[in-house]
Design a protein around this ligand. Structure first.
Ligand code: HEC
Length: 157
């Protein structure tokens, strides 16, 4: 009898543990996770207009982990959106189609500035927080590392 009771208890504890991550997902309010960027060249306080880590394999490594911990639950595993949030593989797809090199560069800078702003500030629409602000948790290095990852996930890559 005693044994039976303890099995039920273990069952309850396991059940609660299994449900906890689900309820966090449903509310979409998981706290932003800090990103360890010490392996990346430090950028200081001046915000870059364009991703300074473009093509860096170390930034890609940091970015994959940072994206998975902080963005994937809304923007999708491997950056493939399930439709609830914008598909970030498309962020700079317009720029990729630019033939003129000058225009292409300007396009990347514009997208990068937009991307940086929304990632740091988040998005509130009609008083509802659609996306949390990562300012205060992320440094500049973390934001660009994630962009470096997203650039490897563009359509056609
Ligand atoms: C709680 C869900 C959620 C999380 C977490 C989240 N986002 Fe978002 N994000 C959204 C939603 C929803 C939008 C669309 C906002 C709108 O304009 O209504 C969005 C918009 C964006 C946009 C603008 C896309 C466009 O084409 O307009 C970028 C860039 C972005 N998110 C990047 C990120 C990054 C990078 C992370 C992780 C560091 C992140 N998001 C985490 C929900 C989320």
């Amino acid at each position: 009898m005693k044994l039976h009771v303890s099995i039920v208890c273990v069952g309850l504890v396991l059940g609660a543990a299994a449900l906890a991550p689900l309820s966090a997902l449903a509310h979409g309010d998981v706290t932003p996770q800090a990103v360890d960027t010490h392996t990346l060249p430090p950028l200081g306080d001046d915000v870059r207009a364009e991703n300074p880590y473009r093509g860096s394999s170390e930034a890609l490594k940091v970015g994959i982990s940072a994206y998975t911990q902080n963005c994937a639950r809304c923007h999708g595993i491997d950056a493939v959106s399930g439709g609830m949030s914008p598909d970030l593989r498309e962020l700079d797809s317009e720029c990729m189609d630019q033939k003129d090199e000058g225009k292409k560069k300007a396009c990347f800078a514009e997208v990068d500035t937009f991307y940086y702003g929304i990632t740091m500030k988040g998005k509130v629409r009609n008083g509802v927080e659609k996306m949390p602000a990562f300012k205060g948790t992320f440094n500049q290095e973390a934001v660009w590392a994630i962009k470096t990852y997203l650039e490897t996930r563009r359509a056609g890559n």
